[in-house]
Design a protein around this ligand. Structure first.
Ligand code: PLP
Length: 419
């Protein structure tokens, strides 16, 4: 493998070409394991960034792609339609809240967020709500790297200062503070309440990640927060967008994180594990009020909208998930993570250890040399990618208890070695 070319010419996520970080050449992946070119095998604790819920090289998903290849890999969705899109649409409508029954397929998570924001904005325009010109969102959010999505990401970790001359200015409040398991305290709602009371006339929609703020800080918060947000959005007639691109498809212990609170958004973004990590595809669902309120033409239409290969594998992946014992699997992963990580809370460098569903987080007091941690973990046969002061794990749902123990033991040893 021409690693020199990779280093000199290929950007990797969030890296510099003048000073590239280390990359590990991969030659294959199977089940929960990634196979490196040097022959070593890594247990994947990342699901390739929340995506590969069924693991790699899954026979059912492989079959879905090869079957679809025999018919067509792509046709335009403008004026044409096909079975994979229709069946996937039916599946998503059936498995999400009954109010969500209109589906827009897009290419990636970031584009889904763009589409959701545009849907909300066009809805408001068509309703004559012309004073509405911005979104309300939280610190520590992450919604993608395109400009619209970036504009509602955490201003600090999203490095807004480098792009502020190009970014639309939205309204930010603190991230939800009341922890997932903590007793609810009413003051946790004060800032949101006040923001909506003062600014609802200018707010198109509230957009955030329900229950788990992912790439912006791995913050788990109370379902009561969601319930109250929903009630306040109804009271002030402000649209509500949930970005479930990371949390959707069983990761938090519910099929969708909003189920923890038994509320539904007006607009829902799905992505990442939608195709089981096989291909890039996202979906935006909305309710009838939004769909009908948008009027004649919704102004969006990606070239690869509803790509048949991606839809076929997404259908296979969601069916596989729905028909599996995912609740038991996620709770088994949760208890293994809990058990394996709990002793780490006594480590002086560790600020907090938390687990929700198939997500385990070790928060350190200080920002870490994540590349050093990664290198030690790779030497111990585990793939993780920490960021800021956070070491987190969200393994494929097919992972076995012994494999989770391997991950948590490797992490404990690594922390002892380095911190
Ligand atoms: C990853 C992510 C996105 C962006 O998805 P891409 O496919 O990387 O564009 C948006 N929102 C959330 C919550 C995410 O985790």
């Amino acid at each position: 493998m021409d690693i020199a070319f990779d280093r000199q010419h290929l950007w990797h996520p969030y890296t510099s070409l003048s000073d590239p970080t280390k990359t590990y050449p991969v030659v294959g992946a199977n089940g929960v394991r990634i196979q490196l070119a040097d022959g070593s095998q890594l247990i994947d604790a990342m699901s390739s960034w929340w995506c590969c819920i069924h693991g790699y090289n899954h026979p059912v998903l492989n079959q879905a792609v090869t079957d679809q290849l025999q018919h067509m890999s792509h046709v335009m969705f403008g004026g044409l339609t096909h079975e994979p899109a229709i069946k996937l649409g039916q599946q998503l409508v059936a498995m999400t809240d009954p109010s969500l029954d209109a589906v827009f397929f897009a290419d990636s998570g970031s584009v889904a967020v763009e589409v959701a924001m545009k849907m909300a904005a066009q809805y408001c325009f068509e309703q004559g709500l012309t004073k509405k010109h911005r979104f309300l969102t939280f610190a520590k959010g992450y919604h993608g790297d395109t400009f619209g999505a970036m504009s509602v990401c955490d201003p600090v970790t999203g490095m807004h200062h480098k792009f502020s001359h190009l970014l639309h200015q939205h309204l930010f409040i603190s991230s939800p503070r009341c922890g997932f398991d903590q007793a609810w305290e009413d003051h946790c709602m004060d800032e949101f309440k006040q923001a909506l009371a003062e600014h609802h006339e200018s707010i198109i929609a509230v957009i955030f990640e329900p229950i788990v703020q992912g790439a912006g800080g791995m913050n788990f918060y109370s379902p009561e927060y969601l319930r109250q947000v929903r009630a306040l959005c109804d009271e002030y007639q402000v649209l509500l967008i949930f970005d479930e691109i990371a949390t959707g498809f069983a990761r938090t212990g519910k099929m969708f994180a909003y189920e923890h609170a038994a509320v539904a958004p007006d607009i829902l973004c799905l992505g990442k594990s939608l195709t089981g990590g096989y291909m890039t595809l996202s979906a935006v669902l909305c309710n009838r009020m939004v769909a009908d309120g948008i009027g004649t033409h919704f102004m969006h239409g990606p070239t690869f909208m509803a790509n048949p290969l991606a839809c076929a594998v997404a259908l296979a992946s969601t069916q596989l998930l729905v028909n599996s014992d995912w609740q038991q699997r996620v709770s088994a992963i949760a208890s293994s993570l809990q058990q394996g990580l709990q002793d780490l809370s006594a480590h002086p460098a560790v600020k907090d250890v938390r687990v929700l569903g198939a997500i385990g987080v070790v928060e350190l007091h200080q920002t870490i040399n994540w590349a050093a941690i990664q290198e030690r973990m790779v030497a111990k046969g585990v793939w993780i990618r920490p960021f800021m002061n956070l070491i987190y794990m969200m393994p494929p749902l097919i992972i076995e208890a012994a494999e989770i123990d391997h991950i948590t033991e490797a992490l404990a040893t690594t922390l002892q070695e380095l911190l």
